[in-house]
Design a binder for this molecule. Structure first.
Ligand code: GAF
Length: 392
């Protein structure tokens, strides 16, 4: 990982001035998958992988953005921001600048240097980390107050409207509001949230399958459309329904025959997953590990069978983890179609767990998984960089 001093040195070498430095974390989601855009509940935690952004103002109405990870620089005029080709890394920071401008935030241009260590395409929310760090930096270097809730919402808008991914609010929200040692229970309708302590003797272990299937973004939007179709049909019988969050399992069972079978299964996932989040929070609070493990297993199964966003590598990673001593629960995390699993593991068992899961997964797939351990960490912040570099 870069230190803030290294980031400032790199910024100075490129742009010739000093800068302010911000960082924003990636996340794992403990439970509550594909519920955020259904006005439901999620339980993510920020992790110690960050996107770092150094920024300094310009007065000529231009943005000059350099990505260290992609070793590329992009320039744009603030007055005519438009997306580059699909999947271009710069669409995320450009989208945030555009959303801030549309929200009336006055800034006159900026030089921006981005360096991140959140693995790309692994379901750990590298996109939200870039968005939030960029937004934080742009507001900060213009002397504007950062309202975290507004920033999370503007970053989501950037991803929805500029990047074209119809994501919910979970990733941007946890990147702004994460808290050390805690997961965050978020009601994605009211945006009320509360923190849930992760027991001190458990670790978050993140297992990267090292695959990312191409389907991910198109299927994501397709799932969202299926949920909306479910709501449209069910609303004929229950006009008060605004989102799947409002539907009970018995309402779904009663009127399920009116839904195409895939839409029925998507709705069932969302309804049961929302219930699992609330039960999981109670289980965390009374430290009922058996219940937690069962809920994570059920969540994975529902994502695999009803929502169909898992894949054989994620299923295998969960299966291999289930056989290890010290595992409390395992499931896929994030959007799916590859990426990572989240595993709650007893601290004392973590090093054996990592070794054995890696060996078993490799022997069955020929792939070498990355296995990370991270405490739950705090949300985005501006880093105060002291003048004197540390020795060495
Ligand atoms: C992605 C999205 F960005 C989130 O909003 C959420 O829907 C998640 O997939 C699935 O739970 O990370």
């Amino acid at each position: 990982m870069k230190t803030p001093h290294q980031l400032l040195d790199a910024f100075k070498a490129r742009f010739g001035t000093t800068a302010s430095v911000c960082r924003a974390p990636g996340r794992v989601n403990l439970i509550g998958e594909h519920t955020d855009y259904n006005d439901g509940f999620v339980l993510p935690a920020a992790i110690e992988f960050y996107c770092w952004v150094a920024a300094a103002p310009r007065r000529d109405g231009r943005l000059v953005i350099h990505s260290e990870n992609f070793d590329e620089t992009v320039e744009a005029a603030l007055d005519s921001l438009s997306p580059l080709e699909k999947k271009h890394w710069a669409n995320y920071p450009l989208g945030v600048a555009s959303a801030l401008r549309q929200a009336g935030k006055p800034f006159t241009g900026a030089n921006i240097y981005i360096a991140g260590d959140v693995p790309f395409g692994a379901g750990l929310s590298s996109s939200a980390a870039v968005e939030v760090a960029t937004g934080f930096a742009l507001l900060g270097q213009s002397g504007l107050q950062v309202d975290r809730l507004e920033l999370a919402q503007l970053c989501q808008k950037a991803e929805n409207e500029f990047v074209g991914a119809r994501v919910g609010i979970m990733d941007q929200f946890i990147s702004c509001f994460g808290r050390a040692s805690h997961a965050l229970l978020l009601d994605c309708r009211s945006l009320q949230h509360e923190f849930v302590k992760v027991p001190a003797d458990l670790q978050l272990v993140i297992c990267n399958t090292m695959v990312k299937h191409e389907l991910a973004s198109s299927e994501y939007n397709a799932r969202r459309a299926e949920c909306e179709e479910g709501v449209r049909i069910l609303r004929k019988a229950f006009p008060e329904i605004r989102a799947l969050r409002d539907v009970t399992l018995s309402q779904l069972d009663e009127h399920g025959r009116n839904l195409p079978s895939k839409v029925f299964a998507r709705c069932r996932h969302v309804i049961t997953e929302n219930a699992r989040v609330k039960t999981a929070v109670e289980a965390f609070r009374r430290e009922d590990r058996q219940a937690l493990g069962q809920l994570m297993r059920d969540s994975h199964r529902s994502l695999r069978d009803d929502y169909e966003v898992s894949c054989k590598e994620l299923d295998l990673m969960v299966e291999v983890a289930a056989a290890q001593p010290g595992l409390i629960g395992a499931r896929m995390t994030g959007g799916g179609f590859g990426g990572c699993t989240i595993n709650l593991v007893e601290c004392a068992a973590v090093s054996d767990f990592r070794r054995k899961v890696a060996a078993a997964y490799s022997s069955k797939t020929g792939l070498t998984p990355e296995i990370f351990v991270s405490p739950a960490t705090g949300g985005a912040l501006q880093i105060v960089v002291l003048e004197n570099k540390p020795a060495g």
